[in-house]
Ligand binder design. Structure first.
Ligand code: ADP
Ligand code: GN1
Ligand code: MG
Length: 363
């Protein structure tokens, strides 16, 4: 339970019936504050999600919420005829005065979602079936948003996946060494600098701009408790124009290793080939129809690049003194950086085989 916020008062701003019972921090996101709020309705507890948007990260929360409104409305219209439609798309709850979000006295931006019942997220992948499900859900997500009517979605974070710019930010953080930690991260800095040559390849390839999720972490898709089916893609703050491969790359980053993102025992971090195969098959089953040949050729590479990119973002934040990602222990961002770089190495060792697999699935 947060000491800082009166969560009952915040919850009462939204069109939720019944009596507010409690609210507590929920989930493992690195950016926003997510709470599960419980209301008593007809004698029974009912869950809701309340989120406070991190405005240090998202400088224009109104643009963000306008994107989320358009995206959720478009997706809802597309699945309207399907069974279980209420669990397949995030549904915002309006405020009592009919708005899409609430601004508190401190200027904090809040939103509420219906709780997706009988489904859950996982911090690490457990089976190839889960990997297939996640990849087909994110592929389907891109497919359903391909016909989003204009205007172009707003960039909630400009240059979010611009790896060359992320690399420049790292170089600046190394030079500034604001927290005096560069000495503690020498091997990681060396690893990063040695990989500069890969940073611009996706942008140089001139691939088509699409509407993409941009944060396709495995814990951003909810799997049904009973069937294991991917039921709902969540965490829509970064849905904006991007490359399809940003999404596939982040799936490889988060859905092929059995280890947690902050695992300290690096021997556990490895790119498991069967998980990669399941991702390729799941993603192409949903998205193969609209992806170009050039996009398909970069599937393996995108996994390496996005893993490297998030690795340098963790390293940059470590050097800057942990100003962006939430941290829960000393050296947390450095631990996260190390798992990413270990995974990059593991991908490099298997890159040819991964590319051969992609070619064989395509045919
Ligand atoms: P963050 O941006 O901080 O990662 P998320 O939107 O991913 O926040 O939410 C954090 C966690 O809360 C998710 O991993 C998921 O477990 C849970 N969650 C988010 N939205 C819902 C929802 N509508 N129903 C049920 N659980 C949810
Ligand atoms: C953040 O919000 P969350 O935890 O799903 C971050 C992603 C990173 C990820 C690393 C807006 O995602 O870009 O890949 O952490 N989101 C933002 O785990 O920066
Ligand atoms: Mg999340």
């Amino acid at each position: 339970m947060s000491e800082e916020h009166n969560l009952g008062a915040v919850a009462s701003q939204f069109q939720i019936g019944g009596e507010f019972l409690s609210a507590a921090l929920y989930g493992n996101g690195h950016i926003n504050d997510t709470y599960r709020a419980v209301f008593k309705q007809q004698g029974a507890p009912v869950n809701y999600i309340l989120q406070r948007i991190n405005t240090n990260v998202f400088k224009n929360p109104v643009a963000l919420m306008e994107n989320v409104q358009r995206v959720t409305a478009h997706l809802a219209a597309q699945v309207a005829g399907e069974p279980d439609r209420d669990r397949r798309v995030l549904r915002l709850i309006p405020t009592r005065d009919g708005g899409g979000w609430h601004v508190d006295a401190e200027g904090g931006y809040w939103r509420a979602y219906y709780f997706i019942q009988k489904a859950r997220t996982y911090e690490a992948v457990e089976s190839t079936g889960q990997a297939f499900q996640a990849a087909s859900a994110f592929g389907q997500f891109q497919k359903l948003l391909a016909n989003l009517p204009p205007p172009r979605l707003q960039d909630t974070i400009p240059d979010f996946h611009n790896t060359p710019k992320r690399f420049v930010a790292l170089e600046q953080a190394i030079a500034a060494d604001a927290a005096g930690r560069a000495i503690l991260a020498k091997p990681e800095i060396e690893f990063a600098l040695a990989h500069k040559s890969i940073t611009s390849a996706l942008l140089d390839a001139k691939l088509p701009e699409r509407v993409t999720h941009n944060d396709t972490k495995f814990n951003n898709v909810m799997l049904d408790d009973v069937t294991g089916e991917a039921i709902c893609v969540i965490d829509l703050d970064t849905v904006m124009p991007g490359l399809a491969l940003y999404d596939f790359g982040d799936m490889v980053r988060t859905t092929t290793s059995p280890a947690l993102e902050d695992e300290r025992d690096l021997s556990k971090v490895t790119m498991q080939f069967p998980m990669f195969e399941a991702l390729v098959r799941g993603y192409l089953a949903a998205a193969g129809g609209f992806l170009t040949k050039a996009e398909k050729q970069f599937l393996t590479f995108s996994g390496k690049l996005i893993t490297f990119e998030i690795g340098i973002r963790f390293l940059t934040d470590y050097l800057a003194g942990d100003t962006y990602f939430k941290v829960h222990r000393e050296g947390h961002n450095l631990d996260r950086c190390r798992t990413q770089f270990k995974l990059v190495e593991s991908i490099e060792q298997q890159e040819e085989k991964m590319n051969r697999l992609v070619e064989s699935v395509e045919q």
